[in-house]
Design a protein around this ligand. Structure first.
Ligand code: SF4
Length: 393
């Protein structure tokens, strides 16, 4: 598919990330200006953002200091839910949980510590203006601000994703322009579903690199001759999936390329990449369809559809408490407690992470980080081979 070059009215992080993720989606959205049909996750995320914005703006308007009111948070949420016209008890409950956790995690809020909510910025970058809105900026001390971006993602980011996020780099530069006295900028993804703040900082070199990348990517969006579809795990949430021939073909199981000679490594790799992209899109579609069936299975024991019976089963996992387990094993084997611990005694990472998370509320964060580093230094690491593939420029 080709198009005439066009000029961006402005750039934004969402424009750039859309182009990076799928050029066709960019073309449909910004060049052809097709009507977007956002899926539930996007609408839900926007709704939660709007609720938090309103709660914090009320704190600023009333010049309040104290804990947020959970009752008020849930009231604002219910109003926003009704106005947005969302349905689905599961998602509604998720929102309630997120807001309760947010109120708890926020603790006492002092209006003087919130510098801005949903703060607009305009950054000149080369020939472009980058437009954006920062969810929230807090005062930390006389030299530091904290830029906060709320996320409703189900999964936490990997460390390197936080450390290289283009969005956070842009927000850093914007915050320094808006609050020139701030010599330090803390950057935070507030992961609302987890009650965790993933934090990072940037060096001047990283910021310069990020701006150079933004300018380059901006030029690419304007000079691209083609905007190919790039199937990915988010296709089932894509707001233009209904207009996307590649997604329709993927759902219909259509294939473009079949490797006929398995000794031809170029062909093997080409088919592998096509299958990997299809698999991501199809797996996400399977999750979407299963989500619908699971929602119905909350109301009835089983569904029989197209000759297939669907049911939900409770799975059982067993945890053995240390003391009685060691006693029973010791009695049966004659091994000492220390011998048994040496054979059995590795602490599960998940349990340890949960403990550290709960400690995070009692100890200060640097102490917890240090503890984590010390524990990791003592941990036994096992490495297993893993197939890795990444596009090269
Ligand atoms: S459905 Fe997927 S491939 Fe199609 S436009 Fe959207 S992101 Fe791109």
């Amino acid at each position: 598919m080709t198009t005439e070059p066009f000029r961006n009215a402005h750039l934004s992080y969402s424009r750039l990330s859309r182009f990076e993720q799928c050029p066709l989606s960019y073309r449909l959205h910004y060049i052809e200006k097709r009507q977007a049909e956002p899926g539930l996750p996007l609408r839900f995320g926007k709704l939660v953002h709007a609720v938090l914005e309103r709660l914090l703006k009320e704190v600023l308007d009333d010049e309040r200091t104290g804990p947020l009111s959970e009752e008020r948070a849930l009231e604002v949420y219910r109003e926003a839910w009704t106005a947005e016209g969302l349905t689905g008890v599961d998602v509604f409950e998720e929102g309630l949980k997120i807001l309760r956790e947010f109120v708890r995690e926020q603790g006492v809020v002092d209006h003087r510590d919130i510098l801005a909510v949903e703060k607009e910025f305009r950054l000149p970058v080369g020939p472009f203006t980058v437009l954006g809105f920062i969810d929230r900026v807090d005062w930390v001390d006389d030299e530091t601000v904290e830029v906060i971006d709320y996320k409703t993602n189900h999964q936490l980011f990997q460390r390197d994703e936080v450390d290289t996020s283009l969005q956070l780099s842009l927000y850093h530069v914007a915050a320094q322009r808006l609050w020139p006295w701030a010599r330090r900028v803390k950057l935070t993804f507030w992961m609302l579903r987890h009650g965790i703040r993933q934090q990072t900082t940037r060096t001047p070199e990283q910021l310069a690199d990020a701006l150079a990348y933004v300018e380059t990517l901006g030029r690419q969006t304007e000079t691209a001759k083609e905007y190919p579809a790039r199937l990915n795990a988010n296709c089932s949430y894509c707001d233009h999936r209904k207009h996307c021939p590649a997604y329709a073909d993927a759902l219909a199981g259509k294939r473009e390329f079949l490797c006929e000679d398995l000794a031809d490594l170029e062909a093997v790799a080409r088919e592998r990449e096509e299958v990997a992209r299809l698999a991501k899109a199809l797996y996400a579609r399977k999750e979407e369809l299963e989500g619908i069936l699971k929602a119905h299975l909350k109301e009835q024991d089983q569904l029989v559809l197209g000759g297939v019976r669907y049911r939900m089963f409770a799975t059982t996992s067993l945890d053995y408490p240390i003391e009685p387990t060691l006693t029973l094993l010791g009695d049966a084997t004659g091994l000492t407690r220390d011998e048994l611990l040496a054979k059995l005694g590795a602490i599960d990472k998940k349990a340890l992470d949960a403990l550290l998370k709960s400690l995070g509320k009692k100890l200060d964060k640097p102490r917890v980080s240090l503890l984590k580093a010390e524990l990791e230094a003592h941990a036994d690491k096992t490495h297993s081979p893993r197939f890795w593939a990444k596009e090269v420029a």
